[in-house]
Design a protein around this ligand. Structure first.
Ligand SMILES: Cc1cc2nc3c(=O)[nH]c(=O)nc-3n(C[C@H](O)[C@H](O)[C@H](O)COP(=O)(O)OP(=O)(O)OC[C@H]3O[C@@H](n4cnc5c(N)ncnc54)[C@H](O)[C@@H]3O)c2cc1C
Length: 401
């Protein structure tokens, strides 16, 4: 049976996040939004955050997934991770995505990397006084949802692989010490031809392209990466060539979505909750006293609808991670949560704007920022359409390709 209780340790983590969110994430996120730029890499907040020495939210889930693959015991961190993800997003998801650490680059290294590779690429994060970033570079100008059609090439020359191509929309790419990079040895082989490299800053032929201007999540920096005859040492091929002969490479990388999709869904719920609570308080303060009762009744119904949507989404997320925590397959439930939560939370933020009336679209009223922040949640980590395809395949047992 699903147990919804939390132990005191988890309560403490969530309380600490509430404090940090209110004092730091929210004000910094609003500042980034107004300036249209992420916090600079030398911003004191990053060092302050690192001094807490915790990893939670998305990273807690990723780390847990890695340990599980390596034969660890039963885990209970999934639910705490997902509640932390919701709580942080409630305060500011843009700033959360800019936090130092390996980010989405972590799961492929944990799942595919050799012990030596894990030591090398995660080792740089051990110094808690120096903020460092990693990133996950899969998307290309002509390959987003259809990741099997990536065009970035790699060819072997002596003890090096030579990479050519471009990646785009990569979170933290411009500040990353390394980028987990997906390429193909032969496009005609489809997924079997894919190889995953860790490309380090300073590698000849590797450079940052453009930093994107986004409608939302402006606290997080998104950039393109250019690889021109980029010479990557063979020891940076994740898992070594034998890993790919076992035909597991790409499948392994995609398996990380079962961990990260519920977390991304929970983040959407966090943003939706921020909009809901803001407007609930607005209604309490402004409508109960000053407006005629019939209109207030309508607003109560609207608030009730918003709350129901958020609670339903949250339960889908919790079910998906409960399965993960118990070592059960959760691909269907992870996609269900990811398909449901972003549109539901977007609807909540839209309704919140409507309740506010003209104030809803004024950017000093905060909810319009949440609306802009929300939109991308239906795009990254697999769009809504892609989740529906994954679910349909699972429900009727169609093959994955
Ligand atoms: C803020 C942000 C951060 C990101 N961070 C990263 C990152 O760190 N690393 C990374 O690799 N990528 C990242 N991405 C990229 C993101 O993963 C892609 O944008 C996403 O996969 C969608 O790809 P696309 O933009 O090329 O859209 P497309 O795949 O071209 O899709 C366009 C539209 O077509 C629909 N569609 C596509 N295929 C089908 C189909 N088979 N059936 C029906 N409809 C379909 C989609 O649902 C969508 O509506 C980020 C994106 C954003 C916005």
């Amino acid at each position: 049976m699903i147990d919804l209780s939390l132990d005191p340790g988890a309560e403490n983590i969530l309380n600490m996040l509430k404090w940090m969110g209110k004092e730091k994430f929210r004000p910094l996120g609003i500042e980034c939004d107004r300036k249209h730029e992420a916090l600079p890499v030398d911003h004191p907040f990053f060092k302050e955050f690192m001094s807490f020495g915790v990893s939670f939210g998305m990273r807690a889930l990723e780390e847990q997934g890695g340990k599980k693959k390596n034969g660890g015991g039963p885990k209970k961190m999934g639910r705490i991770g997902i509640m932390a993800a919701e709580e942080i997003a409630y305060w500011d998801q843009g700033v959360a995505m800019s936090l130092p650490g390996p980010g989405l680059g972590s799961p492929p290294i944990q799942i595919m990397g050799t012990e030596d590779q894990k030591k090398r690429f995660f080792g740089i994060f051990e110094d808690k006084t120096m903020p460092r970033w990693g990133c996950f570079a899969l998307t290309e100008p002509s390959a987003g949802s259809d990741v099997s059609s990536i065009k970035m090439t790699c060819r072997k020359e002596g003890k090096f692989y030579i990479l050519n191509g471009e990646k785009m929309f990569i979170t933290n790419a411009a500040r990353a010490d390394w980028a987990v990079t997906f390429a193909t040895i032969d496009k005609s082989l489809g997924r079997k031809g894919h190889r995953t490299f860790v490309v380090e800053k300073g590698t000849p032929g590797y450079r940052v392209g453009r930093i994107e201007q986004k409608m939302g999540l402006r606290g997080s920096e998104t950039a393109s990466l250019i690889y021109e005859e980029c010479k990557v040492p063979e020891e940076n091929l994740l898992g070594g060539e034998e890993h790919y002969q076992a035909k597991e490479g790409f499948k392994g990388a995609m398996g990380t979505f079962d961990m990260t999709r519920p977390a991304v869904a929970a983040m959407a719920i966090g943003i939706g909750r921020a909009a809901y609570e803001y407007v609930r308080d607005f209604v309490k303060e402004n409508y109960m006293v000053n407006r005629p009762i019939p209109r207030y009744q309508k607003l109560k119904e609207k608030l009730n609808h918003m709350r129901r949507k958020l609670d339903t989404g949250r339960l889908l997320c919790w079910k998906a991670v409960w399965l993960m925590d118990h070592g059960k397959p959760n691909t269907l439930e992870a996609s269900m949560a990811k398909a449901y939560c972003p549109p539901a939370a977007l609807e909540v933020t839209r309704e919140a704007m409507e309740v506010l009336g003209d104030a809803g679209v004024r950017n000093d009223y905060f909810v319009e920022k949440l609306f802009r922040d929300m939109k991308v949640f239906d795009i990254f980590e697999g769009t809504g359409q892609v989740q529906r395809i994954v679910m349909a395949r699972r429900l009727v047992n169609l093959p994955a390709s």
